[in-house]
Ligand binder design. Structure first.
Ligand SMILES: [Cu+2]
Length: 67
């Protein structure tokens, strides 16, 4: 397992935070995610053999935010 921090721009409220959390956790291989609205940052634990930072960022962008 690898833990990484990913900057997220465009989150304005708790709903955005929840949407981003849901988008990241839906990526296969992600085992834990904590999104901080104040820090504009997601702390993601994932299995490097199953997914990548690029794939996680793509999911964030797909949800409507900038990663
Ligand atoms: Cu919002």
């Amino acid at each position: 397992m690898t833990e990484t921090k990913i900057k997220i721009e465009g989150m304005m409220c708790g709903h955005c935070q929840a949407s981003a959390t849901k988008a990241i956790s839906s990526v296969g291989g992600v085992s834990a995610v904590k999104v901080s609205l104040a820090d504009k940052e997601a702390t993601v634990t994932y299995e490097p053999k199953k997914t990548s930072v690029d794939a996680i960022k793509a999911a964030i962008v797909e949800a409507g935010y900038q990663a």
